[in-house]
Design a protein around this ligand. Structure first.
Ligand SMILES: *[C@@H]1O[C@H](CO)[C@@H](O)[C@H](O)[C@H]1NC(C)=O
Ligand SMILES: *[C@@H]1O[C@H](CO)[C@@H](O)[C@H](O)[C@H]1NC(C)=O
Ligand SMILES: *[C@@H]1O[C@H](CO)[C@@H](O)[C@H](O)[C@H]1NC(C)=O
Ligand SMILES: *[C@@H]1O[C@H](CO)[C@@H](O)[C@H](O)[C@H]1NC(C)=O
Ligand SMILES: *[C@@H]1O[C@H](CO)[C@@H](O)[C@H](O)[C@H]1NC(C)=O
Ligand SMILES: *[C@@H]1O[C@H](CO)[C@@H](O)[C@H](O)[C@H]1NC(C)=O
Length: 637
């Protein structure tokens, strides 16, 4: 603690000596004027005498603390009109979020002064009147959300001149007139004009490429024509250039410590100059040293709760190269979160960021590895780029909190698709899709097994860790964690139904035990049953044993999911898959096939079927039955 104190004190001196820490006094004054007039119902800690940067709730400065670049005050009960000549004086502002307040009046005309504005969130207020005529003054505008207000008038043409616009939400206003042509805004990824009932149809073609919900509630009946949605929209190219905003700051308590330390010794300052800057560099490197923060429990992370814990600003997420997200830990904590599931190694949340991106955040419990080992493992996992492996986007490590950030899959896992909603409204999972899941997952796992000189183990294969990628192929997630987690012994282990018999604790997982777990997933796909389930008589059924017993007693057809029996001509394929699955779940680990062989075997099952259907390419001749059975695995059947 003492060392840390000195460390930080030196850092502070360094900042003083560099003269860079002059609080942005002008910006501060502007914000105080804004606050005095707006009178939020929730009290903010904006004390005139305290430093602004990273102390004041919802305010973020640039790196050298000379300008305020972000003001985020969602849901604090701001009331009335935004006073002119207040916010607009923050000319370095890039992010302005005043959403979910009670702000009334017209769109503040003086916002034109905010030339650097990139993210503007004023949704869920009571603003009214016309939208600004000339949007092109905000050249950097990236994301605009003005939904759920009372704006009227037309949608300005000038929006089409924004070259960086990615997201535009004008839903639930009273806009009218023509829809301008925004097809030239190639960066646009998300648009919502819905429920502006006075907008004129027809819906232009460029808008039809977006989901129907983007223009719901607009008068679509074109004057004397008809449109069909038959033509599929061309795939939208992802653009990645969201401007990144990274903030370096100090936390409240830490700041106090610094002030105490500084007041003790001021004179010695100059002598330290050289050491000091060296240390500063180091400190920046060791991000997270001063962390002492906690995410809230279940579903927490609301902006309201977040605001009192500014120390989080200090810690960064580590992103992997090529990642197109532009959020920071702060945004993540600010995001609304919903529990997706509790897994073997922790709870996964869905977090919706302010720009509407959804990510899955896994919060690990019982990490045994130290920071360096953890980071090393994350680098290995994050380095895998494969269409059948869910990409790790970022991670975070501090003493109290370890997070992993993945893409979010809206359709849920294979477990949900298979076992979820078995009631009346169930959408059956067809054979085709199940095969694509199997092939995709096999390819993904085979790829993982190649990593780290062919030594990487997935360690947690189960249907709830397999998702459907954009091509509806299986895509595996949650890999490589057994190496960094505390070992879980069988009774505790929640992956019991998938665990190979030789695995006595999770650290003993191997590539061959992965094959076993994958075999259980295949059995799940074939039977539609969970790996461990109870019968009506409360008998616990272990899927692998059950399949063995059914097959032994030769009621093979009973094994398969009833849902699959409606499809004709797939019985042979199902039996072949069953053989493959059973070769994976044999007791003797060394007799199980390798993942790379499995890919070939499963693909063969699928290939033969496609060749039964009329094939345009003549070289794809149907294989003979003999040829195919040679490739199938010896099995216990
Ligand atoms: C502002 O901070 C000073 C000391 O830094 C304190 O005396 C004062 O009570 C604070 N004012 C408010 C309104 O919190
Ligand atoms: C826009 O962003 C760029 C870089 O992100 C920056 O250099 C520029 O100053 C910003 N402002 C304007 C008005 O272009
Ligand atoms: C917008 O609403 C205001 C009153 O709320 C009204 O005076 C004005 O005429 C409206 N403008 C348009 C274009 O409908
Ligand atoms: C618009 O309002 C409807 C109904 O109140 C709501 O369901 C929808 O989510 C709103 N749209 C947006 C973008 O907030
Ligand atoms: C609607 O479009 C179809 C095909 O484009 C055309 O055959 C049909 O005549 C059109 N109907 C009307 C009422 O214009
Ligand atoms: C905009 O605000 C609406 C209403 O709060 C919200 O539903 C939507 O997710 C926000 N973001 C975007 C990018 O539209």
């Amino acid at each position: 603690m003492e060392a840390l104190r000195i460390y930080l004190w030196i850092l502070y001196l360094c900042l003083i000596i560099y003269g860079a820490n002059s609080d942005p006094l002008e910006d501060k004054r502007a914000l105080l004027e804004f606050l005095t007039i707006m009178r939020p119902t929730r009290s903010l800690n904006w004390n005139e005498t305290s430093q602004v940067c990273n102390i004041w709730t919802g305010v973020t400065c640039n790196q050298d603390g000379s300008r305020i670049i972000a003001v985020r005050l969602p849901g604090v009960g701001l009331n009335g009109q935004i006073p002119p000549n207040t916010i607009s004086r923050l000319s370095g502002l890039r992010v302005l979020s005043l959403r979910s307040n009670l702000i009334s009046g017209v769109f503040p005309a003086d916002f034109v002064e905010l030339k650097d504005l990139a993210f503007l969130y004023l949704q869920d207020n009571r603003l009214s009147g016309p939208l600004p005529l000339d949007f092109s003054v905000w050249k950097n505008l990236t994301s605009v959300n003005l939904s759920n207000n009372g704006f009227n008038g037309t949608i300005p043409d000038s929006l089409s001149r924004l070259r960086r616009l990615q997201s535009l939400n004008l839903a639930n206003n009273s806009l009218s007139g023509d829809i301008p042509d925004l097809s030239v805004v190639s960066s646009l990824q998300h648009i919502d004009l819905s429920n502006n009932y006075d907008l004129d149809g027809p819906i232009p073609d460029w808008l039809r490429r977006f989901p129907l919900s983007s223009y719901a509630g607009i008068d679509v009946i074109p004057p004397g024509g008809n449109y069909s949605l038959v033509e599929p929209p061309p795939p939208r190219e992802q653009t990645h250039q969201k401007p990144k905003a990274r903030f370096l700051g100090l936390s409240g308590t830490v700041f106090l410590l610094i002030v105490i330390a500084v007041s003790i010794v001021v004179v010695a300052a100059l002598a330290f100059l050289l050491t000091v800057c060296y240390v500063r560099r180091n400190l920046r490197h060791n991000d997270g040293v001063i962390s002492d923060n906690k995410l809230q429990k279940k579903g927490g992370m609301s902006p309201e709760k977040f605001v009192s814990r500014m120390e989080d600003v200090n810690n960064r997420l580590s992103f992997f190269e090529g990642c197109n997200y532009s959020f920071d830990l702060e945004d993540l904590l600010r995001a609304s979160a919903e529990v997706l599931g509790k897994g073997t190694f922790g709870t996964t949340y869905k977090a919706v960021l302010e720009d509407a991106t959804s990510v899955a955040v896994k919060r690990l419990k019982d990490v045994a590895a130290g920071k360096r080992d953890f980071e090393q493992q994350m680098e290995i996992i994050g380095g895998i780029k494969h269409e059948n492996v869910v990409e790790l986007k970022a991670y975070y490590y501090s003493k109290d909190e370890k997070l992993m950030v993945y893409d979010y899959f809206s359709r849920g896992s294979v477990a949900t698709l298979l076992h979820g909603n078995r009631g009346e409204n169930r959408i059956p999972l067809d054979w085709e899709t199940r095969m694509k899941i199997a092939i995709g997952a096999a390819k993904g796992i085979a790829r993982i097994h190649k990593e780290n000189n062919g030594k990487l183990v997935h360690g947690n294969i189960k249907s709830s860790n397999i998702f459907l990628n954009s091509e509806n192929n299986g895509c595996v997630s949650d890999l490589g964690l057994t190496a960094v987690m505390s070992p879980l012994a069988p009774p505790i282990s929640r992956q019991a139904g998938y665990r190979a018999p030789e695995v006595t604790d999770t650290r003993k997982s191997s590539q061959l035990s992965d094959v076993y777990s994958f075999g259980v997933v295949l059995l799940e796909l074939l039977t539609g049953k969970s790996p461990i389930h109870t019968t009506a008589g409360d008998e616990i059924i272990h899927l692998v044993r059950w399949v063995h017993s059914v097959v032994r007693e030769e009621w093979t057809a009973e094994v398969f999911d009833i849902e699959l029996l409606r499809y004709t001509n797939i019985e042979e394929e199902m039996v072949e898959m069953l053989q493959i699955a059973m070769s994976c779940v044999v007791k003797a680990a060394d007799q199980r096939p390798k993942m790379s062989d499995l890919v070939r075997l499963i693909e063969n099952v699928g290939n033969r079927r496609t060749s039964i259907e009329p094939e345009p390419e003549p070289e794809l001749k149907p294989k003979s039955e003999n040829g195919a059975s040679e490739t199938s695995t010896p099995s216990e059947i």
